[in-house]
Design a protein around this ligand. Sequence first.
Ligand code: GLP
Length: 240
Amino acid sequence: MKLIIAKDYEDMSAKALEMMKGVVVHNPYAVLGLATGTTPLGLYRHMIEDYNSHGTSYAHIRTVNLDEYQGLPKNHNQSYAYFMRENLFRHLDIEASNTYIENGTAQDEQAECARYNKLLAEMPRDIQLLGLGSNGHIAFNEPNTPFGSETHVVDLTENTIKDNARLFADISEVPRKAFTMGIKQIMQAKQILILASGANKADAVYKTVCGKVTEEVPASVLQLHPNCILIADKEAASKL
Ligand code: GLP
């Protein structure tokens, strides 16, 4: 794993743009694996600014997202589909039909997981963007998820529900379950870019980079990926 320490959140986001833009410019037909959360917001802002000022086109780009809350329709303002549309897609020239995410309201969960697995197999990702949970989760793969996992439905841990509650009016509104891409599929991306910002990620960053590779810390699996870059700001890197 290659580690880049950024000065702050802004610097982390600017450095992430360079990598993401590199992929898009090199291959205008690339498949981008995208993530939600507050961490990638700065990168998305930079992508929009870059599109507006330099015209970097996403007209032929396809995207697949990591995860979606179970039970939230795509127009719900806390769904990850809504997040992606509002914070990125509607500001670029990307086709909405080229953006993929799990259907949070699918009645048949197993069929939905199978559909997503098939889609991921058909669309190898050129780059997979990741945030990092404070407990070391990636996407919604919580501690002790098997490294061989594919798309599945998870019961979110209390830790994650608490972390994510800040984005909801009340903790009782945070969904208890989610669809997530599996760890095996995250690892299949040609390149992985993981971002971490802030002191509350310092423990997870330390375990991701220096800890032993264990299912107890899902992100530690990234040590085994041949082309993974972690960009952490100073606070997130403070325990290294
Ligand atoms: C959620 C998402 C993860 C994300 C994590 C960290 O649990 N499912 O993909 O990495 O939150 O979020 P944040 O970037 O807001 O700290």
